[in-house]
Design a protein around this ligand. Structure first.
Ligand code: ADP
Ligand SMILES: Cc1ncc(COP(=O)(O)OP(=O)(O)O)c(N)n1
Length: 267
């Protein structure tokens, strides 16, 4: 069995953050571990509060897992602030062979900051170079590149900018586009467009977390990066298409459906 580690914030409602990541790892038959960066108070209606853990505690969680259990892939989600980012980078630099998927989580759908805006520089300088793949959504791509991104053509241009910034490969996610949900993969050489019809649903809580942890799980299972991205896109598309309404706001996606009746290519 392969093993993956998520370094992310906790979502007590179970739709996003480490809870979504661990559900995704299980769907891919991957043993999941977690290092918590922050506690949030949130439900399907939004994030009310978030508090970062002490950086030393974040580093200690990561360190003690690597000491004990082989880690085949890492996913990074909410990093909260610059000190936590330095702590994560310090630990991951000790394990350069492990593929890292960085989801540069900045703001929740409900508009609550999940990353101190002053920490964007630390994220770009310290975490981006460690990542095999980064997976920004459109607003995060704008923050990282300074470029307004509205169309698939803008996404391609921004992907080139992100490689120039030091990313090894990127998926610019198109969940915030008008029209189809097209994601753009670029590894500095080849582009891969991942189109899917937009599902008309409110239940999109945790879609970015689920997508990035699906890529990490597929990498842990030994898939090459482009295949990992393709299977992750299939997984999130199935999980969104079959999401059931839960709570009063944006409900979670359906991991059970995607794992059981979705792509046969997860393992
Ligand atoms: N309504 C939707 N229908 C189909 N796919 C979607 C929908 N919303 C998001 N996606 C897909 O979910 C994944 C996460 O994208 P996005 O919502 O942009 O991330 P984030 O949650 O980080 O904002 C991407 O693959 C995106 O294309
Ligand atoms: C703890 C925690 N981490 C990340 C998010 C954001 O989740 P994401 O999948 O990027 O998008 P939305 O759910 O905000 O659409 C979160 N809410 N909580």
């Amino acid at each position: 069995m392969r093993h993956a580690l998520t370094i992310a914030g906790s979502d007590p409602s179970g739709g996003a953050g480490i809870q979504a990541d661990l559900k995704t790892f299980a769907a891919f038959g991957v043993y999941g571990m977690s290092a918590i960066t922050a506690a949030t108070v949130q439900n399907t209606c939004g994030v009310r509060e978030a508090q970062a853990l002490k950086p030393g505690l974040v580093a200690a969680q990561i360190g003690c897992l690597f000491e004990d259990i082989r880690v085949d892939a890492v996913k990074i989600g909410m990093t909260a602030d610059a000190d936590v980012i330095s702590a994560i980078a310090g630990e991951l630099r000790k394990h350069p062979g492990v593929p890292v998927v960085l989801d540069p989580v900045m703001v929740s759908t409900s508009g609550h900051a999940l990353l101190d805006p002053a920490a964007v520089h630390a994220l770009t300088r310290q975490l981006l170079p460690l990542a095999a793949l980064i997976t920004p959504n459109l607003p995060e791509t704008t923050v990282l590149t300074g470029r307004e991104v509205r169309t698939v053509e803008d996404m391609r241009t921004a992907a080139v900018d992100l490689i120039a910034l030091g990313a090894r490969a990127v998926v610019v996610k198109g969940g915030h586009l008008d029209g189809d949900a097209v994601d753009v993969f670029f590894d500095g050489r080849d582009f891969l467009l991942l189109p899917q019809p937009r599902v008309a649903t409110r239940n999109t809580h945790g879609t970015g977390c689920t997508f990035s942890s699906a890529v990490a799980a597929a990498l842990a299972n030994g898939k090459p990066l482009p295949d990992a991205v393709r299977v992750a896109k299939t997984y999130i598309s199935e999980a969104i298409a079959h999401a059931e309404t839960l709570g009063h706001g944006h409900g979670p996606v359906n991991h059970f459906y995607a794992a059981t009746f979705g792509s046969a290519d997860l393992l």
